[in-house]
Design a protein around this ligand. Structure first.
Ligand code: KG4
Ligand code: ZN
Length: 331
């Protein structure tokens, strides 16, 4: 079964053709980073306009690269939410029209379930049930995943998402946007033990997160070291990153033990972080747990994960209707 996936929830226009929910025939991601860079964050109106420009060429490229003509598509998958409404509507409306024109089924997919399903695009995926840490720019949550289409939310951030904290700290230090990758790289030159930031556990037994305090702590450090902080940038970001990574790793390992799961998945844009990948693997090994982390290109937003999730909805007989709409957040 060939499924065309379309993703336009935020600042990436993406399309992909995936066979049987596991084999990526093509995956094209057109980033809008250059458009939003001058503003230090995503400007929703600009995102929508850029998606309108890119959606047709990106889909065409995905079809060409997979050597799949429109007539060989069996279904269309598209992100329904959460995300920016104006951005979501571009992909969603396109998917509806295309599926209607081709007379094939289409499914509106939850973006977060897409991220969770990204591990099934790799060899050796986790068996059910497993626990998943989803850390991205908009969400930081822990799920007990029972099947491709069923999961229980165990905890989530009460304020900033982990990726948002990376982006905001990069903004405070004037390092550029998006901050995650920049901080990841810079941290390699720093010493994470030099400047110690608080570990925001809330309670060690809780699966909820809070990252706004650590961002404030970085801001306070910068204000109280106005004369010399520029010479400490690598140590500041390394110290900040270590604090975030320690909390994320502690909570996902704790969740696996709570649910008696031997398998952990790490997904979302922040799962690309080299220190997080290393730390979770290390901590999991100590606890005799197995970690599943997608390749870097599947951590950030992409359409292959949307097509992968869609496959299982279709198999379960779920299809969307023309009257369905996008949603910006989960109620
Ligand atoms: O999953 P994603 O592409 O989009 C959302 O659904 O939000 O995640 C984007 C987030 C951004 O906040 C970005 O700074 C962060 O992921 N990110 C990283 C890294 N690469 C991307 N954070 C930490 N380290 C990285 N290497
Ligand atoms: Zn995402």
């Amino acid at each position: 079964m060939n499924i065309l996936g379309i993703e336009t929830s935020c600042d990436e226009t993406a399309a992909s053709v995936v066979k049987d929910g596991t084999t990526i025939l093509s995956s094209v991601v057109s980033s809008q980073v250059a458009v939003h860079h001058p503003y230090g964050g995503v400007v929703p109106e600009l995102a929508s306009r850029k998606h309108i420009e890119s959606v047709v060429p990106v889909i065409r490229e995905a079809l060409d690269k997979s050597d799949t003509s429109l007539s060989r598509l069996d279904a269309v998958a598209v992100t329904r939410g959460p995300g920016l409404v104006g951005a979501l509507l571009v992909g969603f409306s396109f998917a509806k029209a295309l599926a209607y024109g081709l007379d094939i089924p289409w499914v509106g997919v939850n973006h977060l379930e897409g991220h969770i399903n990204s591990v099934f695009l790799e060899a050796d995926p986790p068996p059910f049930p497993f626990v998943a840490l989803l850390a991205s720019g908009g969400h930081t949550s822990i799920y007990h995943v029972r099947s491709h289409t069923s999961n229980e939310l165990m905890g989530q951030t009460r304020d900033d998402a982990a990726g948002e904290a990376f982006d905001k700290v990069a903004k405070i230090l004037d390092l550029g946007y998006p901050g995650g990758n920049i901080i990841d790289e810079l941290s390699r030159q720093g010493d994470s033990r030099k400047i110690k930031f608080p570990r925001p556990y809330i309670q060690k037994s809780s699966f909820d997160f809070s990252f706004s305090g650590i961002k404030t702590a970085v801001n306070r450090h910068v204000m109280t070291h106005a004369d010399d902080f520029k010479g400490q940038i690598a140590d500041i970001v390394a110290g900040f990153q270590e604090a975030v990574v320690e909390v994320l790793s502690h909570k996902i390992i704790h969740a696996a033990r709570e649910k008696n799961c031997r398998h952990i998945a790490l997904v979302g844009g922040v799962a690309a972080n080299s220190r997080l990948r290393a730390k979770v693997k290390q901590d999991a090994e100590k606890n005799e747990l197995k970690v599943h982390i997608p390749s870097i290109h599947l951590c950030g937003d992409n359409a292959a994960m949307i097509a992968a999730a869609d496959y299982h909805y279709l198999k379960a007989g779920t299809v969307s209707n023309l009257g369905d709409d996008v949603f910006s957040r989960i109620m």
